[in-house]
Structures are given as C-alpha cells and as structure tokens.
Design a protein around this ligand. Structure first.
Ligand code: SF4
Length: 259
C-alpha cells in the first residue's frame, strides 16, 4: 500500500532530517473497508487522474541514484518511507518488485518501511534470499476492523519479517486483538480517518487497544485523532493540522521498555 490518508503523515515525517520518501509506483485498487476514503483516490480525483492505473514513478531508482561525486543521493542511516501511494504487494507491480528488492538489497545502510493491506501476498512476493527477513526492511500491516484483524494478523504474525508494526488506521471500530498480540510485533500504531465526510472514531477504542498492548507487552502509539473524534459520547471535528497534536496531548502512548 499504501496509501491513503497516511500520505500526509508520511510527508510530515519525511520532513524530519532522519527520513526520506520513496514512491516507486503510483496507483492502487481498493481492497478492504479501510480503503473507502483512500487518500490516493481523493488526491488524484482533483487532477482527473485515474488512481486504478498503476505506473512506475520517475523516482523508481532513488535508493541507488548517485551524485556527481559518486556518493548515493540518499545518505546512509535514513528511514525510507516506501510506496505510500500504492501497495508494495500489489499484483500490478509484480513485474517491478524484483528490481525494487534488488535496490533494497544494495542499501543495507537504509531502513525501508512500508505499509500493506496485502500481507496475504507476502510469501509470493519475497525474493529467494529473504530467509528470516532483512534487517533493513520494516513492514506495517493494516488492520482497520475486526474482520481484517482476523484475516491479516495470523498471516502477519507468522511471516518471517524482522520488524513488524500493526497499523490500526483508519480505526473503524473497537478491536479485540488479544488472540494475536504478542512481542512478535515491535509496536501498534493507531489513528482515525482524515478527510471530508469520513468515519468517526471513539477515544474508548484507542484506550482499549492501549490496554491490550499493555497486557501483551507491545508498544502502543496513538498517532492522530482523525477528522471526527468521539470522546465521552461527544463528537468533535478536529482540523487536519491539530489531529497529531491532539493525539499527543492525550498522552496515552505506551512503551514496555519505558522509553
Ligand atoms: S490499499 Fe492503500 S493505497 Fe491501495 S486503495 Fe487501499 S488505502 Fe488506497
């Protein structure tokens, strides 16, 4: 994936000196309820672009691009937010993925991170030398509702991936993740849905996820409220620029190691 309403967040994070964005292909197909208000579709519609048409971008070779002096354009140590207006495991990208893995293999000094709603394709999409996973690849798996949690989390839990993040965003209902949560996951990140006329999320759903993470010893991060946020039965509209800030103010993040 992805994606979606996460694009804005990636862009914000990419502004940090420690990260860069690598959008190697663009376009996607809606696959589950979390896709309903996909950022990519909303953004493309403003320019009359067909989001279902999947194309390589001009930045495809960014990780191995070199400056005149010979060094890489992307310096060592960066987190590379990858494939954020598509899904890395999209069928349409099957012909390009081997080359993408080759570039990732050539840059063990970078940390590649992408989010997918297609973790069921993971084993069909990894390179032959993947083994138990590569240290420089982190994967986030989206579980936006209970049905997707039940389908995707067992697959994600059992997949050989060195760094795993559970993404509950856009959170669409209260989730019971207790059957699967465990220290196989580095962290769980939760957030609401951004945009116009989107679905509200309830603070109690975040508190429930937080408690489940505490019980399982998994790091929890409340990333952003979404546009419509319900607290104590009252629905608030939270402007885009305050959604991260309000989540931070709630002060409910949890780190089992006390960081
Ligand atoms: S998988 Fe992600 S990028 Fe693709 S349609 Fe769904 S939300 Fe959009």
């Amino acid at each position: 994936m992805e994606q979606l309403n996460l694009l804005g967040k990636f862009e914000e994070e990419a502004k940090e000196a420690s990260s860069v964005s690598w959008n190697l292909w663009h376009g996607c197909h809606k696959i589950s309820p979390g896709c309903q208000h996909c950022y990519v579709y909303r953004s493309d519609s403003r320019y009359g672009r067909d989001s279902s048409k999947v194309e390589k971008t001009s930045a495809f070779d960014l990780p191995i691009r070199r400056k005149r002096g010979g060094g890489f354009v992307v310096p060592s140590g960066k987190t590379v937010y990858t494939c954020f207006t598509s899904d890395f495991f999209l069928t349409d990208a099957d012909e390009w993925r081997t080359e993408a893995w080759d570039m990732i293999r050539q840059r063990p000094d970078l940390n590649f991170f992408f989010i997918t709603k297609r973790i069921h394709r993971f084993r069909d999409c990894i390179p032959d030398d993947w083994g138990e996973g590569w240290d420089n690849v982190s994967i986030g798996c989206t579980v936006e509702n209970q049905a997707m949690a039940e389908f995707r989390l067992p697959i994600f839990r059992d997949a050989p991936i060195k760094h795993k993040t559970i993404i509950c965003e856009p959170l669409l209902e209260e989730l019971d993740l207790q059957p699967w949560l465990g220290n196989w996951a580095d962290q769980l990140v939760a957030g609401g849905e951004s945009g116009k006329n989107v679905r509200p999320c309830d603070f109690d759903w975040f508190l429930s996820l937080r408690q489940q993470c505490i019980d399982a010893g998994v790091s929890f991060r409340f990333k952003q409220t979404g546009a419509y946020f319900v607290k104590d039965g009252v629905r608030y509209h939270v402007p885009r620029k305050f959604q991260h800030q309000q989540a931070k103010k709630a002060n409910i993040n949890y780190d089992p190691e006390g960081r």
